[in-house]
Design a protein around this ligand. Structure first.
Ligand code: PHE
Length: 350
C-alpha cells in the first residue's frame, strides 16, 4: 500500500512537469516507463502474489485505478504535443490568408480548334449563313443512307467507322449528317454552316480518331459550281489571307456530283514539300461538290427546281495550317505548354 501511495504521488508529479513542456520524445519515455511491458505498473501487478490474501482485492482495485490514471495522463500528453506542434509551425511559417493571390496564377486560353471554329463562324455569319448543331451519335439514315452512301459502300466498313449497338448507330464519320438535318422539312433557300466532332478509325500525323469538321450547305435556285468555288476561295482568303494558294482536285463523294477535294499550300514548307504535306507542297483540307439529286430526293427537295453545293473541311487541318503545327494529334494531348501559346487572332497576316 505504501508503494502504491508513492507511485500515485510520483505519477501526479511527473505528469505536472511533462505538461509544462510537452515533447514527443519525453511522452514516449513516459509511456515506456509507466505503461510498458516492463514498466512501473506491470511491476506492481507482479507483486500481487506477495500481498496478503485479505488485502489483494483492495490492492488490485487501486492498481487498476493507477493504471487508468497513467493511461489518461498519456492521452492528455499526446494531445498537448499535437497542439504545441501546430503552434510552433504556425509561428515558424505565418500564413496570411488575406494576402492577394500569387502573381504567377495561370490564366486559361482558348483551344486552337475553338479559335478556328469561332473564326470560321464569324466569316460565314457575315455571309448570311445560319449555324446549325448536329449530334455526335448518329443513325444510319443521316450519316450514310440519305447521303447516297449505299449499304455496300466502303465507308461503312468497320475499319473506317466506329459502330455503336449492333450497327444501328455510329459515331458520325463526318459533319455531312447536318446537311440532312438542315434540309429535312425545310424549303430552300437554305444557307447553313455546322461544326463539330467526327470520328474515324484513323491515326497519324494528319489524322486523329476524333477530329473536327465544319460543314457548309447552300440550296437555292440556280446555284452552280462557280458559286461554290467563289464562296470557298473567298472564305479561305478571309481565313488565311488573300495570298493563300488553293486548288481543287476532281474527286468522288457519293453525296455530291461533281465532287472535288480542296488543298491549301503547305505553310510549313511554303509549298516546297515537307514531311507534313507528304512532300507534295499541299495539304488537303476537305471535300466539296454539288448536292447529288439522290440526296435531294431523300429529303424531298425537287432537284429539277433547286440545286445546291456543300463542303466539309477539317477544322484541325485548318488550325494546323494557321498555326504551323507539324502534328495534328498534338492538338488533343492537352499539354498546356503547347495550348497556352495560341493568340486569340491566329491567322496569317499576309
Ligand atoms: N463529308 C466529306 C468528308 O468527310 C467531305 C465533303 C462534304 C465532301 C461535303 C463533299 C461535300 O470527307
Amino acid at each position: 500500500m505504501e508503494k502504491l501511495n508513492k507511485l500515485a504521488i510520483e505519477l501526479e508529479q511527473t505528469s505536472e512537469s511533462l505538461k509544462l513542456q510537452p515533447d514527443p520524445a519525453a511522452v514516449e519515455a513516459f509511456r515506456i516507463e509507466w505503461l510498458g511491458k516492463k514498466g512501473k505498473i506491470a511491476g506492481l501487478y507482479a507483486t500481487m502474489k506477495e500481498i496478503d490474501a485479505a488485502d489483494r482485492r483492495e490492492a488490485g482495485q487501486r492498481m487498476n485505478r493507477l493504471k487508468q490514471n497513467a493511461e489518461s495522463v498519456l492521452e492528455q500528453l499526446e494531445q498537448l504535443c499535437v497542439q504545441s506542434q501546430v503552434q510552433q509551425s504556425l509561428q515558424r511559417e505565418p500564413l496570411d490568408v488575406t494576402l492577394p493571390v500569387a502573381e504567377h496564377m495561370q490564366l486559361g486560353s482558348h483551344h486552337p480548334v475553338s479559335l478556328m471554329r469561332r473564326r470560321v463562324f464569324e466569316i460565314f455569319h457575315r455571309l448570311g449563313y445560319v449555324v446549325y448543331d448536329g449530334p455526335d451519335i448518329e443513325d444510319d439514315f443521316y450519316n450514310f443512307e440519305a447521303l447516297n452512301i449505299g449499304k455496300d459502300h466502303p465507308a461503312r466498313d468497320m475499319a473506317d467507322t466506329f459502330f455503336l449497338r449492333s450497327h444501328e448507330y455510329v459515331l458520325r464519320t463526318h459533319t455531312s449528317n447536318t446537311q440532312i438535318h438542315g434540309m429535312l422539312g425545310r424549303t430552300p433557300p437554305i444557307k447553313m454552316i455546322s461544326a463539330g466532332r467526327c470520328f474515324r478509325v484513323d491515326n497519324d500525323a494528319t489524322h486523329s480518331p476524333m477530329f473536327h469538321q465544319v460543314e457548309c450547305l447552300a440550296v437555292d435556285r440556280g446555284l452552280s459550281v462557280g458559286h461554290m468555288k467563289g464562296l470557298i476561295e473567298t472564305f479561305l482568303s478571309e481565313l488565311f489571307g488573300s495570298r493563300v494558294k488553293t486548288r481543287f482536285r476532281s474527286s468522288f463523294f457519293p453525296f455530291v456530283e461533281p465532287g472535288a477535294e480542296v488543298d491549301c499550300e503547305c505553310v510549313l514548307c511554303g509549298g516546297a514539300g515537307c514531311r507534313v504535306c507528304g512532300h507534295s507542297g499541299w495539304i488537303e483540307i476537305g471535300g466539296c461538290g454539288m448536292v447529288d439529286p439522290n440526296v435531294f430526293e431523300a429529303v424531298q427537295i425537287d432537284s429539277e427546281e433547286y440545286s445546291g453545293f456543300a463542303f466539309g473541311f477539317g477544322i484541325d487541318r485548318m488550325a494546323m495550317l494557321a498555326f504551323g503545327l507539324p502534328d495534328l494529334r498534338d492538338l488533343f494531348v492537352g499539354d498546356t505548354r503547347l495550348l497556352s501559346q495560341f493568340p486569340d487572332q491566329p491567322y496569317f497576316s499576309h
